[in-house]
Design a protein around this ligand. Structure first.
Ligand SMILES: [Cu+2]
Length: 469
């Protein structure tokens, strides 16, 4: 009898664990969007029930099978996640091969963070083809808010390789041209005479959550409801100014990391970055356009929040009345992290120079061009102080895999800045970031502008494991 009871117990335990252990499926697949009356194929990452991306809880296990339903290989990177480098999804560096067409790959790691992250292809220039989705990790507090993801995307009818070819052929062919033309990207010149250079690619549209301005996503809200807007810049080469339709919001986190809340009506969001903003819908209800306006242009995209009963017929103007200025460092000066770096570590300083060769549209880190690089080697369990010098006329959203880093100095000014995984390094400027190199492994460090990355601006940091006694 005892034996029988044990068998039943063992069986039910087995059934329970196998139930809870069923991996989530994420399918990388094609999807249609209609832009200017033309319907074209882009890509997305969805669960079989249509959920876009992944939603998990802090402390839970990320146990996911990625199925490639595209007609090309792919590999998916979990942007901003702290994980073993074997799970980081970078083919040729941490994952031997990409996921071939029709094949799948099993990723597994513990969710030690919470907040707004995202996932995207780290294969070729597939981000421009919108192989991307949100990756949201909630905590118990999140039940107090209506959760709304707002991912900005840039869209081109041309393939990313056609766009890159155009950029390469537009480059100045001789030095005279370089000196005469102040607008040439990437050129070093005097700070006084230089205007920053924005937007290499001329896009056909800007989308939010795959929606165009004439058919925006409409989210129903209630009067007095608290809404957590989870902004993600999932664009391939576009930075945004985000506005809240006249609402005042509390900016509570950037790149998934909590900051001391500040009141905002407008925020800056660079490529790859995220921002969590809480807004409260007024008592009288109303309709609010939550917009991202492209840096340096009038073009805008966004979603609609409405408390109206009849939620139809909304449109977003494709252009604002005025062009925005370039992004700047103001926001990073205002933001302060709630977390601290570890106090007890010895430090190691790493210098990173960002430069460009505009004759050939080549972008470099420490004069090296991916894949011909020697990795930056550091020892595990040290505080890494990374001094990033941008010697070009374009800003570069520099992204480090597997770590959050703290911004500690901007152009010589010490700051108690936020933790981030992507920092927009402004033209002709210097930023110091610091991180505790706790996790050994190979961690990509690159510009998140897909064209700069494809044109060489990528390397990796090899955090070399130290054996514990
Ligand atoms: Cu760049």
């Amino acid at each position: 009898m005892k034996k029988m009871r044990f068998i039943i117990f063992a069986l039910s335990a087995f059934i329970l664990t196998s139930l809870s252990a069923a991996p989530t499926i994420l399918e990388v697949e094609y999807k249609d969007v209609t832009v200017d009356g033309k319907t074209v194929k882009v890509a997305t990452i969805e669960q079989p029930d249509g959920t876009w991306g992944y939603y998990g809880e802090k402390g839970g296990e990320f146990d996911v099978i990625v199925k490639n339903k595209l007609d090309t290989p792919t590999v998916i990177h979990w942007h901003g996640l702290i994980l073993p480098d074997s799970q980081d999804g970078v083919s040729g560096v941490t994952q031997l091969n990409p996921i071939d067409l029709g094949k799948e790959y099993h990723y597994k790691f513990k969710l030690v963070q919470s907040g707004t992250y995202w996932m995207h292809s780290h294969y070729g220039m597939q981000e421009q083809e919108l192989v991307e989705a949100p990756f949201i990790i909630t905590t118990a507090d999140d039940k107090d808010y209506k959760q709304v993801v707002v991912m900005f995307q840039d869209f081109s009818f041309k393939s990313p390789s056609e766009n890159l070819k155009e950029l390469q052929s537009q480059s100045p062919k001789d030095d005279t041209m370089k000196i005469d033309n102040k607008a040439m990207p990437g050129m070093a010149m005097n700070k006084e005479e230089a205007a920053p250079d924005l937007n290499d690619v001329k896009y056909d549209a800007f989308l939010t959550n795959y929606h165009t301005d004439d058919n925006p996503e409409v989210v129903k809200v209630k009067p007095e409801e608290k809404v957590k807007l989870r902004f993600i810049d999932g664009s391939a080469a576009t930075n945004y100014w985000v506005t809240l339709g006249g609402l005042k919001g509390q900016l509570i986190a950037v790149d998934g990391q909590s900051v001391k809340p500040i009141e905002v009506e407008k925020i800056q969001l660079a490529l790859g970055q995220r921002a969590d903003v809480i807004v409260t819908i007024p008592k009288e209800g109303g309709t609010y356009q939550i917009l991202g306006q492209v840096e340096g242009l009038k073009a805008q995209t966004g979603i609609i929040l409405t408390a109206e009963a009849k939620a139809e017929g909304f449109k977003i103007e494709t252009e604002a009345s005025e062009a925005t200025p370039a992004l700047n460092y103001d926001q990073d000066f205002l933001l302060h992290s709630l977390d601290k770096l570890l106090p007890e570590l010895s430090t190691d300083t790493v210098r990173v120079k960002l430069s460009g060769d505009m004759d050939k549209y080549i972008w470099k880190i420490n004069d090296q061009v991916w894949p011909d690089i020697t990795p930056i080697k550091v020892k595990q369990n040290q505080r890494i102080v990374m001094i990033i010098d941008n010697e070009t006329m374009m800003s570069h959203p520099m992204h480090l895999h597997g770590y959050d880093f703290k911004i500690t100095n901007i152009n010589g000014k010490s700051v108690d800045g936020p933790f981030r995984d992507t920092v927009l390094v402004q033209p002709m400027s210097t930023v110091i970031i610091q991180f505790d190199a706790i996790n050994a492994g190979k961690w990509m460090f690159h510009c998140h502008n897909i064209y700069h990355m494809a044109a060489g601006m990528m390397t990796y940091i090899d955090v070399i494991g130290v054996k514990e006694n």
